[in-house]
Design a protein around this ligand. Structure first.
Ligand code: FEO
Length: 173
């Protein structure tokens, strides 16, 4: 059984994952209209993953006797300036999500809710991976600078990362 405090914190995380999905969906759409196909594919996939993170939490809350609440979301931005800035935003957003997961883990310890604490370890591990991936991409962006040919190769590289990671088991599998 979830304490009210843990349930509230989990519901907050459900909203954050849903908003993350919308943010990446908006980034995907922006990249698509700019002709950045690989980047768009990557962002569509990130958006799908965030939705799965949200669903996994919803199932958990309801299974543990709580009520997962689907709430109103903040609208994401629709313009991102440049793909460099967009990936910086993705990285910053993942740091924000990691901090939020850490807070959530902290609440479960305060409440001595070891079942939820155990469940959240998957999210802790996932955040390490997502931060590492975003950092790798930012490093690549720094390497290419403003080179047009570099952008073409970068877009293809990001597409390759997307295809490779799509072959790995998903969060619900
Ligand atoms: Fe669900 Fe990218 O954090």
């Amino acid at each position: 059984m979830l304490s009210k405090k843990v349930e509230k914190a989990l519901n907050n995380q459900i909203r954050i994952e849903a908003e993350s999905s919308q943010i990446y969906l908006s980034m995907a759409s922006w990249a698509e209209v700019k002709g950045l196909e690989g980047i768009a594919l990557f962002m569509y996939k990130q958006s799908d993953e965030e939705r799965l993170h949200m669903l996994k939490l919803i199932k958990f809350v309801n299974e543990r006797g709580g009520h997962a609440q689907i709430s109103e979301l903040n609208a994401p931005k629709i313009e991102f300036g440049s793909f460099q800035k967009m990936f910086q935003e993705l990285f910053d957003h993942e740091i924000f999500v990691s901090n939020s997961i850490n807070e959530l883990v902290h609440v479960t310890l305060q409440e001595k809710d070891y079942a939820t604490h155990n469940f959240l370890q998957w999210y802790v591990a996932e955040q390490i991976e997502e931060e590492a991936l975003a950092r790798t991409i930012l490093d690549k962006i720094n390497l290419i600078g403003n080179d047009k040919g570099g952008l073409y190769l970068f877009d293809r590289d990001v597409q390759q990362i997307t295809i490779t990671s799509a072959a790995a088991p998903g969060p619900l599998g």
